[in-house]
Design a protein around this ligand. Structure first.
Ligand code: AMP
Ligand code: ZN
Length: 136
């Protein structure tokens, strides 16, 4: 069911405008209005789901396939040299719109995006402990 308070459900319903770039039975892709790079698009399921935890698995697969198609178009039509896919699940992970979406971010050599942390070698005991919890 559409969520009447949801911005992206309103885009699906055409109640608010979006610059659409791809559509199929399950998914819609449109341009992000605050692009990180040229061609930055969002892929969403047409059926409302808040986030990665709750999206229907078939919708998740369909979103991944649409993202792959857009990545190919970014490479072939925009001349992107790479692509980042990003999903933010939860406020702690920077999610600001609570309708699942995949960011498809074309990357260009020398573009201004940088990784927001400096990776450091981790403590092996702690990495192993986390792995044990993830396996449980
Ligand atoms: P996130 O912060 O991962 O939840 O991503 C939400 C994204 O939606 C941001 O990158 C916004 O720029 C984008 N956004 C918000 N409103 C709109 C809109 N009306 N049309 C297109 N993109 C939007
Ligand atoms: Zn929604």
């Amino acid at each position: 069911m559409p969520n009447t308070d949801c911005l992206f459900c309103k885009i699906v319903a055409d109640d608010i405008p979006a610059i659409r770039v791809a559509e199929d039975e399950r998914t819609l892709a449109f341009m992000d209005i605050n692009p990180w790079t040229r061609g930055h698009a969002l892929v969403i399921p047409k059926t409302h789901a808040t986030d990665l935890y709750t999206i229907d698995p078939d919708d998740l697969s369909a979103c991944a396939l649409t993202a792959q198609r857009l990545a190919e178009r970014a490479r072939d039509n925009l001349g992107a040299q790479g692509v980042n896919l990003l999903n933010s699940c939860g406020s702690a992970a920077w999610q600001t719109v609570f309708h699942f979406h995949l960011h498809v971010i074309p990357r260009y050599l020398g573009d201004p995006l940088t990784v927001p942390i400096t990776a450091q070698p981790g403590d092996i005991a702690e990495i192993t402990a986390a792995a044990q919890e993830l396996r449980a």
